[in-house]
Design a protein around this ligand. Structure first.
Ligand code: ADP
Ligand code: ZN
Ligand code: ZN
Length: 729
């Protein structure tokens, strides 16, 4: 009997050996099929990775699988290869990786329903029967009722409804039902004509079309509004024309109705959308449309990079620098990096686009590993805004706003223009302090302060989500002299409403934008063009274009300048460039005012004096000197535990046990407490692993994970590996 090697969703980094289900089966045991197996005291869905002749496990200890769930694999073999690569690269438990490629119902072991499946419909005679006919045979009556209701239905629906084939055969013998193939109609995709490309766009498209077959990776670096999306659309049109599917990844909050509308306007084609806001049913339908190939275009956020595709021909990653492509917990993959790997395996081109490419991608482009395309002009003819620092040292501030910025707001509004203010801190004030004794409202579970949310009358921790009612007096000294210190969007909103009573102030943050469609409604309102002030967090920086905005204010530039993370400068340069890029009209070049106490800070100077590209090249040089990514690789082993010292002890043991096995060129740093040591009641520590080559990094990951698994388990201790971490927290 063959032995089945299965991936089972558990935290264990191993495959599990089972025997096929007892009894005869004519199902071929192909990699990728799902099975139901006993696991501990539960029954779980497992994924077949391979069949082998024999097992290292004592044969008598091997259990039989309970049931084979798929007659053939649902995942294309290349996706299995991609998962296998991810298991190795991220050293993540295989079961969790394979599971990530399936929608919830299939993870739960439900029968797969495809868009084309054998099923049943009624004959002319059957159609003549009234509702509730065949009452003497309840099962036949039920089957009849189901077909009457749906006109045609797949076998799997009947199975789920507890109706066996013999019941349907009985209806067939009576001449009431007949066997058919139930197919979701597949339409021919059509593309509406695109815009006439400018020279830069045309050159880029030409380069892309020249390499449309086989793998190649392209970085499309184009300033905001340079028409990158237009290049994607025209490239996708060509892909569809060749009968292939296009996969388009977009950032978490970049998938706006406007983005989708642009695709829907251009293509008369089936577009499957995959994002976290879908119901399980919607997700399943979209997944299946991608898998079966009825969808021509698949647009999705991070996890869509693992969507099964019948005929992939192109992968686009829009705003490739966006942090939401990196999953920050569990299976910590980078969808951008997985996309590039997927393109290699699928043998199709990958197009990464951004106005502010990540240093990783820029480095690859400069090294010639990616084809580098640049669009340096705005396509619609509008100009990029000018940047200007506002020195606020010694300047009187009103709720954080300088006179210079307020005057500029007055002028813009008086001229019928719109202004956008960026403040990346939601809530009323980040600190609540007692004026009499100095007490500060801290989160009891984190090394962090509670943010005051005045409208909700609550204090919230933005790290663990804890929330408490707002207090009226100091818990230490009973004083009622409580000060709210610092500026959040809620407070800025309150101030601006008072200061500019004749114009609307729209606040855009995750507190004010709850509810489906709120953002969309606001964006259409703003794009009516009436003078107004838009005040918001990161949420404002993605996916939207506000043509009537001529003034952008960065309220707290200093908050962006000082970061403990080596990526701080890269992040703030991207953020400023992206915020600035929301603005711009054809007639009037916009202005971006950056309020700062540190007008001479080198990274601010760089933002002011250079374009993003120059600054990024300089940052790459600095990274090279420091051996930091992308010129050097990082791994972080993290622990968290209720006990303060347990994690560090674990990492110390890990370090001691692994060091002798690690080659030169692998440097271990730590264990150290994480920058935020306590979060959600757990103490966190980390061991940094720095290597000079990807090969070494991979070796180190394997060695450390193997050693960590060998260490005795400690109660309540979690550990995880983060390969190519994006954040050091
Ligand atoms: P990006 O994706 O680089 O931000 P978009 O593709 O969204 O840029 O283009 C920005 C604006 O310029 C859009 O309004 C778009 O319709 C317009 N545009 C793009 N390409 C052209 C072109 N070739 N001619 C005229 N307008 C264009
Ligand atoms: Zn007090
Ligand atoms: Zn907290």
């Amino acid at each position: 009997m063959p032995v089945l090697r299965l991936a089972i969703p558990t935290p264990l980094r191993t495959l599990f050996d089972y025997l096929p289900p007892a009894g005869d089966s004519d199902v071929e045991l192909l990699p990728g099929i799902r099975l139901r197996v006993p696991f501990g005291r539960r029954e779980v869905t497992a994924y077949l990775i391979e069949t082998v002749e024999s097992s290292d496990v004592d044969p008598s200890a091997l259990k039989n699988a309970i049931e084979i769930l798929d007659s053939e694999p649902l995942l294309p073999s290349i996706l299995l290869k991609l998962c296998d690569w991810a298991v190795n690269y991220y050293q993540h438990p295989p079961g969790e990786v394979y599971q990530a490629t399936f929608p919830k119902a299939l993870r739960a072991g439900k029968t797969h329903r495809c868009n084309s499946e054998p099923g049943w419909t009624l004959t002319t005679r059957g159609k003549g029967l009234p509702k509730g006919a065949l009452a003497r045979s309840p099962k036949q009556s039920k089957a009849l009722g189901l077909i009457q209701e749906h006109s045609q239905l797949c076998n799997s629906h009947f199975r789920d409804a507890g109706i066996s084939t013999s019941i349907l055969k009985a209806l067939e013998e009576k001449g009431l039902a007949e066997h058919i193939e139930v197919i979701t109609a597949q339409k021919e995709p059509r593309a509406n004509p695109g815009l006439k490309l400018n020279d830069e766009q045309a050159l880029s498209l030409q380069l892309l079309l020249a390499q449309k077959e086989g793998f190649s990776c392209h970085l499309l670096e184009g300033v905001t509004g340079s028409g990158k999306t237009e290049v994607y659309l025209q490239l996708i049109a060509d892909c569809l024309e060749r009968g292939l599917q296009a996969l388009v990844l977009i950032p978490e909050i970049g998938l706006t109705p406007q983005t989708l509308a642009r695709f829907r306007d251009r293509f008369d084609a089936e577009i499957a959308v995959l994002h976290s806001g879908l119901s399980d049913g919607q997700r399943y339908t979209a997944w299946e449309a991608a898998r079966s190939g009825t969808a021509h275009i698949v647009i999705g956020t991070r996890s869509a990079v693992f969507a099964a595709l019948a005929r992939p021909g192109l992968i686009v990653v829009d705003e490739e620098h966006d942090q939401s492509y990196k999953q920050q917990d569990g299976f910590r993959y980078s969808a951008r990096d997985v996309a590039v790997k997927r393109g290699q395996l699928e043998n199709c081109p990958v197009l990464l686009g951004s106005a502010t490419p990540s240093l990783e991608s820029l480095h690859n482009a400069l090294q010639g590993r990616y084809v580098h395309h640049r669009l340096q002009q705005r396509a619609g003819g509008s100009q990029l805004p000018k940047l200007e620092a506002v020195d606020i040292r010694k300047a009187p501030l009103q709720s954080g706003f300088s006179q210079a910025l307020l005057n500029a707001l007055d002028t813009a509004l008086a001229n019928g223009q719109q202004a956008l203010l960026f403040l990346n801190r939601r809530g009323y004030a980040p600190t609540l302090q007692c004026h009499d004794c100095g007490w500060v409202a801290d989160c009891s579970e984190c090394d962090a302060r509670l943010t005051l949310h005045r409208r909700q009358r609550r204090m919230r921790c933005h790290h663990c989500g804890a929330s408490k009612p707002l207090i009226n007096c100091c818990p230490e000294c009973r004083s009622e002299q409580l000060l709210s210190i610092g500026l959040g969007t809620e407070r800025a909103d309150e101030f601006l409403q008072g200061r500019f009573p004749r114009h609307p102030v729209y606040r855009v943050d995750s507190d004010s934008m709850q509810g489906k469609g709120t953002m969309q409604a606001l964006v259409s309102q703003i794009n009516q063009g009436e003078p107004c002030i838009l005040l918001g967090t990161q949420m404002l920086t993605k996916g939207h274009h506000f043509p009537a905005v001529t003034l952008v204010g960065i309220v707290d530039m200093d908050g962006l300048l000082f970061s403990t993370d080596f990526r701080g400068e890269e992040r703030s340069a991207q953020l400023i460039t992206q915020v600035a890029g929301r603005a711009g009209r054809v007639e009037t070049a916009g202005t971006v005012m950056l309020q700062t106490h540190h007008p001479d800070h080198p990274s601010l100077q760089a933002i002011l004096c250079q374009d993003y590209h120059q600054q990024a090249c300089a940052m790459l040089k600095a990274r090279e000197l420091a051996g930091q990514p992308p010129l050097g690789q990082l791994l972080i082993l993290r622990t968290d535990c209720q006990d303060a010292s347990c994690g560090e002890q674990f990492l110390r043991d890990l370090r001691n046990n692994s060091q002798s096995q690690l080659p030169a060129g692998v440097a271990l740093i730590g264990p150290l407490p994480a920058p935020m040591q306590r979060r959600a009641g757990r103490f966190r520590s980390q061991l940094l692993v720095h290597t000079t080559q990807r090969r070494l990094s991979h070796l180190a990951a394997r060695t450390l994970v193997a050693q960590a698994q060998r260490l005795p388990a400690r109660k309540g201790l979690n550990w995880s590996l983060d390969v190519d971490p994006q954040d050091m927290f």
